[in-house]
Design a protein. Structure first.
Length: 318
């Protein structure tokens, strides 16, 4: 899979409030159109039923404004307003037996509209709370019942707004979750590509030396896929194993350590192992082939020794 660079602007755009704002405004518009149509048809007049519709539209308008803030507390406040409004509108039209009983589910629909999976549980809790309040009111209070000629239309409005609103919110939430999952997979693939092609061999190891995972370029003659499950000491020459074990213990105690050794597969090779403690039971190890570095150091040492020998010879001559 090709590497796709993670872009914070893309992330911000996908998390923007556009859908939530549009959803809330659409809810308010649907309620307003339905109320206007019923009033225009003479089926609804100023009274409890019209006030109940107004109560159902208020959280939509307030929620649209709160959604623009992009703040999590604002979304929570919006869900609380939806919970209260759903319970009140339901009780104003006969309680759980009335035509607006479906609006008790409005908090769950609003939570889905915010496209935040962590809000779904709160939206469900709000829906249960609204239904509980409406049920208590139905049992204990003499709630007004809407006229028979308007009740079916109010029921149709509540069922349609909740069904369409909840469905649209869940579909949008699923689509966004898929986009996030695809972006996460692309980012992970890019990171793995970088890890597998970086010049060193990065390993996660236990303090005892057992290798848990390995990424990157292994020294010449080794395959990093063969490292997982093996012990670091298996790739170290017998004479250098005590030094590697000591470096592992030093990394656990001091936080970091470095050791050089001759690999067991190449007596002429030279590797440097850098260790850093990640936790009390985990160490990050970086292994690199230091053959060229050691060759340069040897050449420099030989050049230094040669220069000192020449200087000593000149001194004796003089």
């Amino acid at each position: 899979m090709p590497y796709v660079r993670y872009n914070s602007r893309r992330k911000a755009r996908r998390r923007g409030p556009g859908f939530a704002v549009g959803w809330h405004l659409a809810w308010a518009l649907a309620v307003a159109i339905a109320a206007g149509a019923l009033v225009g048809a003479g089926r609804l007049s100023a009274g409890t039923e019209l006030a109940a519709l107004a109560v159902g539209a208020v959280p939509a308008l307030v929620g649209a404004g709160l959604a623009m803030t992009r703040a999590q507390p604002a979304r929570i406040i919006a869900l609380l307003i939806w919970t209260l409004a759903g319970a009140v509108a339901c009780q104003m039209t006969g309680g759980t037996l009335g035509p607006l009983a479906a609006w008790c589910l409005a908090p769950l629909a609003a939570a889905a509209a915010f496209r935040r999976s962590e809000l779904l549980s709160m939206g469900a809790a709000g829906a249960v709370a609204a239904a509980a309040l409406a049920s208590v009111g139905t049992l204990l209070l003499p709630l007004p019942a809407p006229p028979a000629e308007v009740a079916p239309w109010l029921s149709l409005l509540s069922l349609t707004t909740v069904a369409v609103g909840l469905g649209a919110g869940l579909v949008s939430l699923q689509g966004q979750s898929r986009r996030y999952a695809r972006l996460r997979d692309e980012t992970e693939a890019g990171l793995r590509e970088v890890l597998d092609n970086q010049p060193q061999l990065l390993m996660g190891v236990y303090p005892g030396g057992r290798i848990l995972e390995a990424y990157g370029q292994a020294p010449v003659g080794l395959d990093h896929r063969e490292f997982v499950g093996r012990n670091l000491g298996e790739m170290v020459s017998r004479d250098d194993r005590p030094a590697v074990d000591e470096a592992l213990q030093r990394a656990v105690q001091d936080g970091s350590a470095e050791v050089a050794f001759i690999p067991i597969h190449d007596p002429q090779g030279w590797c440097v192992l850098s260790l850093r403690r990640m936790s009390s039971i985990r160490i990050v190890a970086a292994l690199r082939d230091a053959r060229a570095q050691r060759a340069r150091e040897t050449e420099l040492e030989q050049a230094r020794a040669s220069a000192e020998s020449q200087n000593a010879g000149k001194s004796r001559f003089l």
